[in-house]
Structures are given as structure tokens and as C-alpha cells.
Design a protein around this ligand. Structure first.
Ligand SMILES: Cc1cc2nc3c(=O)[nH]c(=O)nc-3n(C[C@H](O)[C@H](O)[C@H](O)COP(=O)(O)OP(=O)(O)OC[C@H]3O[C@@H](n4cnc5c(N)ncnc54)[C@H](O)[C@@H]3O)c2cc1C
Length: 469
């Protein structure tokens, strides 16, 4: 019906302009009735992992399932996922908190039935000192993480949007970019408005900015951001690894240019995430497959100059704590034997935090609100945690008979998310700074810190619980 109305309006304007041109008469265009933008309860700007999962979560939450939702995504329609195709190069380490969200909305079984790799152990070590930390899943009720392809997560949440109720209430528009938004002032009864590049305008009670770290919604909300460009790239690739009996270990080594990580996908395949300088990433992308595989293997085993003082201090610390010499507990990852074609890609890395996640008529979730270095595998996990808190707050608003965009409830969402996100964001940003130098006093401090964390179970469990959920 709205399309028909819009067409009618365009015809009206055209007719007026033609009349104007042929007769020279001056028509008062300003008196033409202004068309009302099509209205939704909630508009989600951005259909990445976080925006699409939020749409699915709304449709699976009984008290919110009848809300009229519009999901606007600048990219083309999602192309689907084939579990028998080779592994994709974009994967994420997903924590238990995210798994619980997927279970709640009914997306988990589909992912598990396709291909999900639980991580049973993790080893993180520092090439400048060999200080290391191990995590084992025996110490926890849950897996350390699950490695899942981003496309599989997207496919599972898109499939939820195909069921009858979701199809009735959630509309998805692809290939449309939000150009600007206008938000109501405090206490006004106006709606939030979204203006597309095509000139189309929509209004809504609540606008959700899930449009990534360059968020247009955030920019127009006018919130302050703290951001740092790390001048580093995250290079990803899908690699073949030497036949490991049970390739279920996540490996991460901090080398002078940044961390390099191998995440297990199946017994013969792993996913590489290599954070390095822009120039080095460019060179790595241009290498042949064989040369690239050699470079990965070298990065995991190459000996870097070590300070004798640091090595002695670590050994002394280990004997003091009743541990054996460090070298005896350091394992090596499986050898990379090949690189799958066309799986290398690089992404700029940076940090960003919005001073506020909400304003009248709008809220931010995912990377639009916070961006973090991938070294701790927390970025999208924090976005999933935002979804849980926002769905809770919106449900409370509806139960209380308040408007869906009532600021009181949005602030409830913001408060819970900030409490969860800030320690992780600050911690990972701090680690990025600590590990981006080979200045001896810093290497000394970080190595002692890592080794103490490894040796004292209560500290280790504390960090582990934070990372898991
Ligand atoms: C190399 C690498 C490895 C990572 N590994 C992990 C990991 O192991 N674990 C983890 O938790 N996180 C990881 N992350 C982080 C994770 O990928 C991000 O946090 C996550 O993808 C953010 O999702 P999002 O939906 O918030 O934003 P995005 O993925 O950026 O999605 C935003 C969407 O909005 C759309 N959009 C943008 N602007 C507009 C507009 N104006 N109009 C309409 N649409 C628009 C875009 O097309 C896009 O689809 C990693 C990141 C990198 C770079």
C-alpha cells in the first residue's frame, strides 16, 4: 500500500512540474502534501552478524515478536551457506554467552548440525620471553570457545527470519545504504527517521545502529567516541595443517609485529588470524601459497632475541611456584602444510568506544558501539551480549506498557552493556599496547604477568570466566 502511495505522490509532483514547465505558471510546490514516511516499530541499520541476530532475537522473543521491524543492509542479499563447501575465511571464536543466546533463539542446533569446532585447550605465548599460559576446558563446565564460520552464524539467524511469524513482521531490504538519520529531541513525540541514499525515508519508534565501526547512526547521534587506529591489519586465511590426532587447540603467539593465531576447524584445517603491520600484511598477501605457508610456520617457531635477565627471572618464578622449566610446557602448533586458494584477506584493526550507546529514539549495538582488537576473540561476542541486554530492556519496556524506545529502558540496556564491555575493552586495548613493543622493561613486566596468571589458578580462572561468558 505504501509503495502505491509513494508512486501516487511521484506522479503528482511530475504532473505539477510538467504543468509548470509548459504554462510557465508558478505552482506553490510547498503546499503539496508531504508524504508520511512508512512507519516501523524498530528499524535496524546494518545486517551484519549483530544486526541480523538482533532481528532474529526480536522475532523469537514472545513479547516483541509482533513488532514491525525493518532491517536495512547496504550489502547484497546473504548468499547462503553450504556445509559441504570448503571452509570460509571469516570465522569467529564464540564464547558460551553467545552459544546460550543462539540456543535461546533456536539457532544453535542448525549451526551444530553443520560444523562447529569446540576448542578444548589454548596456548598463548610470548616470543620475546617464552612466557606462556595454557587453558584447558577440564577446568570449566563449558568449552573454552567454539570456532564457527561467520557465514554459518548468519545462515542460522537468517533461517529464523524465514519462519511465518518473522516473515510477517520482519522485512529485510538489501542493497540500501542509510545516508542520514534524524532523531527526535528529548521529550518530543516525533519519530526517528532514516533517510536512504535513494531518497526514501522511513520512520520508527526506535532506531538501532548495528552498522559497524563506521556507523552512520552513531555519527548522527552525535555521541563522542574514543578511537585508535592500530595501523595494523588482521590477515586471515584457511590453512591445511599436518594431521593432528585431535586438532582442538587454539594457538596464539605474540611476535614483535603482533599476535599470530591458529584456530582449529577440523582435524586437517585451521583458520589463521595474523595481526601485523600494513606493509607486512601486503607482502604476505602477495606471496605464493607455499611461501606463505613457510612464513606462517616460521612465525610460530622463529627464535627472537631474549633478554637473559627475563629468561632467568621466569625460570626462578616457575621454580618458586613449583613449576618445571618453562620450555618443558611449551607445545608447538601443527605445521601448516598448505594454504587454501583465495582465502587470504586483510582487515584494518582499531579500537573504538562510544561514550554513550543510547539517545532519544536510538541505540547502538555491536561494532557500532565498540570495536576491539581480535587477539582475544571478543568483538562479536560483545555484540551478542549487547543483544541479550537490549532484548531484555525492550521486553521490560513492553511489559511495563512503556513505548519501545523509552529512554529509561534504553539506559538500563546501556548500563548493563557498559559494565560488561568496558573491562574487556580496556583489558584488550591494554594488552595490545603491552604487546606492541619489545622494550625490555615492558617485555619483563608482561612476561611476569603472563607467567603469574598461568601459575595461579584463581587468577587464571578469573580471566577464563570473563572470556567465556
Ligand atoms: C580478523 C578479524 C577476526 C575476528 N575474530 C573474532 C573472533 O574470533 N571472535 C569475535 O568475537 N570477534 C571477532 N572479530 C570481530 C567481529 O568480526 C566483529 O566484532 C563483528 O563482525 C561485528 O559485527 P557487526 O554486525 O556489529 O558489524 P559489521 O560486521 O561491521 O556489520 C555492519 C553491517 O552494516 C552494514 N552497513 C554499514 N553501514 C551501512 C549503512 N550506512 N547503511 C546500511 N548498511 C550499512 C554493513 O554492510 C555490514 O553488513 C574479528 C574481527 C576481525 C577483523
Amino acid at each position: 500500500m505504501s509503495i502505491a502511495l509513494n508512486r501516487q505522490f511521484v506522479h503528482q509532483i511530475r504532473a505539477m512540474l510538467v504543468r509548470n514547465a509548459t504554462t510557465g505558471a508558478s505552482y506553490a510546490l510547498a503546499t503539496a502534501p508531504k508524504p508520511q514516511p512508512e512507519h516501523y516499530d524498530i528499524i535496524i541499520g546494518g545486517g551484519g552478524l549483530v544486526g541480523t541476530t538482533f532481528a532474529a532475537a526480536l522475532s523469537k522473543t514472545p513479547v516483541l515478536a509482533d513488532k514491525r521491524v525493518l532491517l536495512l543492509e547496504g550489502g547484497p542479499p546473504f548468499k547462503g551457506f553450504n556445509p559441504s563447501a570448503p571452509y570460509g575465511n571469516r570465522v569467529s571464536a564464540i564464547n558460551q554467552n553467545a552459544v546460550d543466546l543462539f540456543k535461546t533463539i533456536g539457532a544453535w542446533d542448525r549451526m551444530e548440525a553443520a560444523r562447529v569446532k569446540p576448542v578444548k585447550r589454548m596456548q598463548v605465548w610470548d616470543a620475546s620471553s617464552d612466557a606462556l599460559i595454557h587453558f584447558h576446558n577440564e577446568h570449566f563446565a563449558d568449552n573454552i570457545a567454539c570456532i564457527i564460520e561467520n557465514d554459518l552464524m548468519l545462515e542460522a539467524v537468517h533461517s529464523l527470519l524465514q519462519d511465518a511469524n518473522a516473515k510477517k513482521n520482519v522485512e529485510i531490504r538489501n542493497g540500501v545504504r542509510i545516508e542520514k538519520v534524524s532523531l527526535p529531541s528529548e521529550n518530543s513525540s516525533n519519530y526517528s527517521e532514516v533517510h536512504l541514499k535513494t531518497g526514501q525515508v522511513y520512520s520508527c519508534d526506535l532506531l538501532i545502529g548495528a552498522d559497524g565501526f563506521n556507523s552512520v547512526v552513531r555519527q548522527q547521534m552525535g555521541v563522542n567516541v574514543f578511537s585508535v587506529d592500530y595501523q595494523r591489519m588482521g590477515l586471515v586465511a584457511t590453512v591445511d595443517v599436518s594431521d593432528a590426532d585431535d586438532n582442538a587447540v587454539a594457538w596464539q603467539r605474540f611476535i614483535p609485529t603482533g599476535p599470530i593465531a591458529l584456530l582449529p576447524l577440523n582435524d586437517k584445517t585451521s583458520s589463521l588470524v595474523w595481526s601485523t603491520t600494513q606493509e607486512h600484511a601486503r607482502q604476505l598477501c602477495e606471496m605464493g601459497n607455499k611461501e606463505f605457508a613457510d612464513a606462517i610456520n616460521e612465525a610460530f617457531v622463529k627464535q627472537y632475541p631474549k633478554s637473559e635477565l627475563i629468561v632467568k627471572s621466569l625460570n626462578a618464578l616457575n621454580s618458586l611456584m613449583g613449576q618445571q622449566q618453562n620450555q618443558q610446557t611449551l607445545h608447538l602448533p601443527p605445521r601448516v602444510t598448505g594454504v587454501q586458494d583465495n582465502t587470504r584477506a586483510k582487515f584494518p584493526l582499531g579500537f573504538l568506544h562510544a561514550a554513550s550507546y543510547v539517545s532519544t529514539g536510538a541505540a547502538l549495538i555491536g561494532d557500532a558501539a565498540h570495536r576491539i582488537h581480535p587477539m582475544a576473540g571478543q568483538g562479536v561476542n560483545l555484540g551478542y551480549s549487547d543483544i541479550r541486554y537490549l532484548v531484555e530492556a525492550l521486553s521490560d519496556a513492553v511489559y511495563a506498557g512503556a513505548k519501545i524506545g523509552d529512554k529509561h529502558y534504553l539506559i538500563q540496556y546501556e548500563r548493563k552493556s557498559l559494565i560488561k564491555n568496558i573491562p574487556i575493552l580496556v583489558g584488550v586495548h591494554g594488552l595490545q599496547s603491552l604487546y606492541s613493543t619489545d622494550f625490555s622493561p615492558v617485555v619483563f613486566l608482561r612476561s611476569i604477568g603472563l607467567q603469574l596468571t598461568h601459575n595461579i589458578p584463581s587468577i587464571k580462572n578469573f580471566f577464563m570466566k570473563r572470556a567465556i561468558g
